[in-house]
Design a protein around this ligand. Structure first.
Ligand SMILES: C[S@@+](CC[C@H](N)C(=O)[O-])C[C@H]1O[C@@H](n2cnc3c(N)ncnc32)[C@H](O)[C@@H]1O
Length: 272
């Protein structure tokens, strides 16, 4: 089931033979109105990426758990909470501390950060999902013991520099339950995060690289055979050209040559 497949979308009509679970799903909100409702929530998540988050969250069952690292103003958290069935617990982690706030905003945003936290809570409230979410206002490295031991969906969109990104992957990756999903934003775009991703995921026997929506990658928690591992590593290496293209686009934008990015399939904007 995908958010773009209207006939089978959570808000679609129940079809003959559908189960009680389908009926429960049909009572839930649908993707398009939720996505429209977050148009003014600041953030960097594209529509395709929101679709992917929606689809993975809507597949969960009551009792499952979602952990999001990096929430900012709540754009992705609102999608996760709106898509997931009642009974799924949702933990969001963000210190709103003024560091690694967004592109080019690594340090020195303490004043904005206090506002970010208030805006985040107000946005959750306005979306009607405040009660669904347990927010941990902490650095992810300090929140490891406060989230469930096993999570079915882990979304990493926190600090993108190499050291904290590596720490997030190392600290949280093994929490993903067999059959669960890991999504990572700004993959093959933010260079520190991308190096951390290659370091932890290229040779792993525990996650299959599924694909991406622009820079949001999806890894499924499975047990890979040695042959699968080789293919999995190759699938990730095939993204190196996309990574180099994104780095080139960033260099061009910084050099005030944004229109030239069209030669690389860009649109003059920072790649997300
Ligand atoms: C790119 S934004 C997240 C965007 C959000 N996922 C959305 O869709 O709107 C990155 C966020 O990560 C947070 N952050 C920075 N360092 C962090 C850390 N060590 N642990 C958790 N969050 C962190 C920042 O405060 C910022 O709000």
């Amino acid at each position: 089931m995908t958010a773009t497949d209207t006939a089978a979308s959570p808000g679609g009509e129940a079809r003959p033979g559908s189960t009680a679970r389908d009926a429960t799903r049909a009572a839930r909100p649908t993707f398009d109105p939720v996505f429209r409702s977050i148009a003014d929530v600041q953030g960097w998540m594209t529509r395709d990426q929101a679709c992917r988050l929606w689809d993975r969250a809507s597949e969960l069952d009551p009792g499952d758990a979602i952990v999001e690292i990096g929430s900012f103003h709540g754009r992705s958290a609102i999608v996760l909470a709106s898509a997931s069935p009642a009974g799924v617990s949702i933990f969001t982690i963000d210190p709103h501390g003024g560091n690694d706030r967004g592109p080019h905003e690594f340090e020195g945003y303490e004043q904005e950060a206090e506002q970010d936290h208030d805006i985040f809570l107000a946005n959750l409230e306005a979306a009607g999902v405040r009660e669904r979410i347990t927010h941990l206002r902490k650095y992810s490295s300090d929140a490891v013991d406060e989230v469930p031991g096993q999570v079915e969906l882990l979304y990493i969109d926190g600090a993108h520099r190499f050291a904290p990104a590596l720490e997030d992957l190392r600290n949280y990756r093994d929490r993903v339950a067999l059959g669960g999903t890991l999504l990572v934003h700004d993959s093959y775009s933010a260079w520190g995060l991308t190096l951390a991703l290659f370091a932890t995921m290229a040779l792993t026997g525990k996650f299959r690289y599924v694909g991406r929506s622009q820079t949001m990658t999806q890894f499924d928690r499975v047990d890979l055979t040695p042959a699968d591992r080789a293919a999995n590593c190759i699938r990730q290496l095939l993204e190196v050209p996309f990574f180099l293209r994104n780095l080139m686009i960033k260099v061009l934008i910084k050099a005030r040559l944004a229109p030239v990015t069209r030669l690389l399939g860009g649109n003059g904007e920072w790649p997300y």
